[in-house]
Design a protein around this ligand. Structure first.
Ligand code: HEM
Length: 456
């Protein structure tokens, strides 16, 4: 088994992380990095560049941007990632690039920082508690049942399935149900169709989309007002957030704050799961043994029926498939932090104001941490496998206090999706498709994936 150079074992065999990461800085030599400037961003050029930079210059690469005064740093070593996101997280705030998201999300918790972020996170977190999950699961199950009926019709007529579109619509419907429950129909009644649909039809996040989205959010403001006036609180994320109180002041969120958090949950909560499911179907379509193992597992755990909430946890292989998909295609492939005060990473002096770039895409495909990193092998996440691997060699949901708030829920959603659909359908990619990646804010597939669909 592959042994990470960063994780050792004590005499009792327990995992022990090496902390040899803060030696005295070697100021006599320039920091490793290219001499020509590069502007790192969520784009194609950066996507292609970062593996080469890490290969050529190592764990901590200094990159001078033509647009920024301060240097940027690309880090790929799990130990340094852990320092930035977990052990020294107080020294790092959200970095360059988040301004663009601000246009879409206002000051929602993906964007905010400091005391305001902490207040919002503490108010929103309880909504995602384990206790609420069975009721969210019921919503997911209903959406999946409708998806299954639609897929059956397609299979019966011999039509192909646009998997990218289908998983996009699915995940959007799920998150909208979670936020608005029956009031999603209130939006529908007014517009005739689901007015948020354009988010899956036009995945670019340009100014026009941002303006259209913000315009639509005015309707959310109307809904909040209506709930305040009538006192109606159906069980959903919006009600839970409306009733949340800040721990010190006991204040509720303002309408504006609620609208920004709703916007954040819609955007953060659908494209990520949709992308993961899209790739999971693609990968399972390429690997009949894994697809069969997943179907067998569902059959063994759930018999002929659909999973109950309690059975989801027992779907261990299904979870492995999802983890391996997230390793190969992490939707959030690049993110940034900005140093508040000086820090040391891998012997390099990070100055206040420097931006640090972290990429699950990069670290999760490094040979140093992963055996045959390009191969789809769900078994590597099986219990007992990869115990020597550093925790932060896999971080599709980030880590530390700013770790994804929807992580647990997203596994409920994605496991339910696969467990309710995979035993009933065989999906195979249709011939002649070019499977390309489109690295933007999220890592997406460039051309929609179509697959033939047959009932089992
Ligand atoms: C496969 C699914 C998902 C992936 C891979 C994912 C990934 C991530 C990552 C990497 C971050 C941290 C970004 C950063 O710190 O810069 C994040 C934050 C966040 N995610 Fe997710 N996410 C997923 C699903 C969801 C879902 C389903 C929701 C909501 C229902 C959600 C809501 C959020 C929110 C609100 C934050 C901001 C948390 C904070 O800063 O305190 N995510 N997610």
């Amino acid at each position: 088994m592959y042994n990470s150079p960063l994780v050792t074992r004590d005499p009792a065999g327990r995992r022990k992380h090496c902390h040899a990461m803060n030696p005295t800085p070697d100021t006599s030599r320039p920091a490793p990095g290219p001499t020509q400037p590069h502007h790192l961003d969520c784009d194609e050029a950066t996507f292609r560049l970062i593996p080469r930079l890490a290969e050529a210059y190592g764990d901590v690469v200094r990159v001078q941007s033509p647009n920024l005064e301060r240097p940027t740093w690309l880090i790929s070593n799990p130990e340094h990632i852990r320092r930035v996101l977990v052990s020294n997280h107080r020294n790092y705030v959200k970095g360059v690039g988040f301004e663009r998201v601000e246009m879409l999300l206002g000051n929602g918790i993906i964007v905010s920082d400091g005391a305001f972020w902490r207040r919002q996170r503490t108010m929103i977190q309880p909504a995602f508690s384990r206790g609420n999950m069975p009721r969210f699961f019921d919503m997911v199950r209903e959406v999946t049942e409708r998806t299954r009926a639609h897929w059956r019709e397609l299979a019966a007529t011999g039509e192909t399935l646009d998997v990218t579109h289908a998983t996009g619509e699915y995940a959007l419907e799920v998150i909208l149900r979670l936020i608005f429950s029956e009031d999603l129909d209130f939006f529908r009644d007014q517009e005739g169709i689901n007015p948020f649909r354009f988010l899956t039809e036009d995945p670019s996040r340009n100014l026009m989309v941002a303006m259209k989205f913000r315009q639509l959010l005015k309707q959310v403001g109307v809904l909040i007002q209506r709930r305040r006036e009538t006192g109606a609180r159906p069980f959903d994320l919006l009600s839970l957030m409306m009733d949340a109180r800040a721990s010190r002041s006991n204040e509720a969120m303002t309408d504006r704050e609620l609208v920004d958090e709703v916007a954040t949950l819609i955007i953060a909560g659908h494209e990520t799961s949709a992308g993961t499911l899209n790739w999971a179907w693609y990968l399972l379509g390429q690997d009949e043994a894994s697809a069969a193992a997943l179907r067998d597992e569902v059959c063994r755990v759930c018999g002929d029926g659909d999973p109950t909430y309690d059975q989801l946890e027992q779907l261990a292989f299904t979870r492995q498939v999802l983890d391996e998909t997230l390793r190969l295609y992490p939707p959030v492939w690049l993110f940034t932090r900005k140093a508040v005060e000086a820090d040391m990473l891998g012997g390099q002096q990070i100055a206040p104001g420097d931006n640090v770039f972290l990429s699950p895409w990069l670290t999760q495909r490094m040979e140093r941490y992963w055996d045959e990193p390009e191969a789809f092998r769900p078994e590597r996440f099986a219990p007992g496998q990869g115990d020597d691997r550093h925790d932060q060699a896999f971080f599709p949901f980030s880590a530390g206090p700013r770790r994804c708030i929807g992580e647990f829920f997203s596994y409920v959603e994605m496991r339910t999706h696969l467990a309710m659909l995979a035993p009933h359908f065989r999906l195979r990619a249709t011939a002649g498709q070019s499977i390309e990646l489109e690295p933007a804010i999220n890592l997406r597939i460039r051309h929609n994936l179509t697959m033939s669909i047959e009932t089992l």
